[in-house]
Design a binder for this molecule. Structure first.
Ligand code: MG
Length: 368
């Protein structure tokens, strides 16, 4: 099709220009016609949101039905949406451990959890990558201290790496990038949406984990969007690296799924109604168990050698290394190849064998 001819004809036939206006209109029509070429091509080449589906495709799957959360009041926490993993419902700390994976010193009282004196940070046993996290917190009342010493805690993603600050910033001043709702040390909150100390406040945080390539090079940074008490306070900010103080720390490669943690900063900040929704394709469940458990499995099980690197086991088979992820205290799997390893009896002191498979079957390997 000759778009220039069509366009010119269309304008000529639908208009009755005066003799003075005609040259200008003809010139305009010509310009318009030339512009139509790339426009038409662009319409043919427009990117589709998902090339696998037609626009309005009747066969496209319906969204999963989720019963929404119910809102909290100061007196009563709300209920999590139906597809959320409830991390704390006011009853027990079964989903939480100390940062070393051992039982935490945090305590449960009257439907909330808080650190005991001399506690440490507390983390989830389960690992989470991209997610929507809901958490409610209340700083001490009457308030004590000022600045960073006034109701300080934090919500961390990435196993203690990336902090959204919790602080009593209600009529209390500190440096902006350390106030409540800050991505600590990097981004102040867009506004101060704090309630008075002692009142329950909500964070709804969307976390996108950073991604690294096989060589540990950063592919995409961590991102955070956050609402405090329903008010947008962080709008998809790109983190420059892990949270740090007095320095700008660089990214260090880590798996996308890591524990979520709450900070103990020597202030008895309370938490309640914590739930998380995993986003994207989170894959199978995985957990970070204590190093003391993992160390029981370390050894040479011909033809597999098991070592520990940080909080993860690594299997070496035929000279190839596989980072292992824990599905349970006894069952581990790799993500690059379908390698599965099971230790007997949930892990005795030093198991005398393991069961391994690659893609199929099951093989026993005796410990040497
Ligand atoms: Mg903090």
């Amino acid at each position: 099709m000759d778009f220039r001819t069509s366009a010119t004809d269309s304008i000529s036939s639908s208009s009755s220009p005066s003799s003075e206006a005609a040259p200008l209109l003809r010139r305009s029509a010509s310009v318009w016609a030339l512009a139509a070429v790339p426009l038409a091509l662009a319409q043919l080449c427009l990117a589709k949101p998902n090339p696998n589906w037609l626009d309005h495709d009747r066969n496209r799957p319906q969204p999963k039905v989720v019963t929404p959360a119910t809102p909290s009041t100061q007196q009563q926490p709300g209920r999590a949406p139906s597809d959320a993993i409830v991390l704390f419902d006011g009853h027990n700390l079964s989903k939480w451990v100390g940062m070393d994976g051992k039982p935490t010193k945090w305590i449960v009282r009257d439907g909330y959890m808080r650190p005991a004196r001399g506690s440490e940070d507390v983390r989830t046993l389960e690992n989470f990558g991209d997610c929507q996290l809901h958490v409610e917190w209340a700083t001490p009342t009457p308030p004590h201290g000022g600045g960073q010493g006034r109701g300080n805690s934090g919500v961390f993603f990435g196993f203690g790496r990336y902090e959204v600050q919790v602080l009593d910033s209600y009529h209390s001043k500190t440096y902006a990038d350390g106030s409540a709702g800050a991505v600590y040390g990097q981004y102040p909150p867009l506004v101060n949406a704090c309630l008075p100390p002692g009142q329950w406040q909500t964070y709804d945080i969307i976390y996108t984990a950073p991604r690294f390539d096989a060589h540990g090079k950063l592919v995409s940074p961590a991102r955070i969007t956050a609402f405090q008490n329903g008010v947008l306070i962080q709008n998809n900010v790109e983190l420059t690296g892990p949270t740090s103080w007095l320095e700008r720390a660089p990214y260090q490669a880590h798996p996308a799924k890591q524990p979520i943690s709450l900070q103990y900063h020597h202030n008895p900040v309370r938490f309640r109604n914590i739930w998380v929704r995993e986003l994207g394709k989170p894959g199978r469940k995985e957990f970070t168990f204590p190093n003391s458990l993992l160390d029981r499995y370390v050894g040479n099980y011909d033809p597999i050698r098991i070592t520990r690197e940080g909080s993860q086991l690594v299997a070496t088979l035929s000279g190839v290394r596989f980072v292992l992820f824990a599905e349970s205290p006894a069952h581990f799997f790799a993500k690059t190849t379908d390698v599965q390893i099971e230790f007997p009896n949930g892990g005795g002191r030093h198991p005398d064998h393991l069961t391994w498979s690659v893609g199929e079957g099951a093989n026993i390997a005796e410990r040497k």
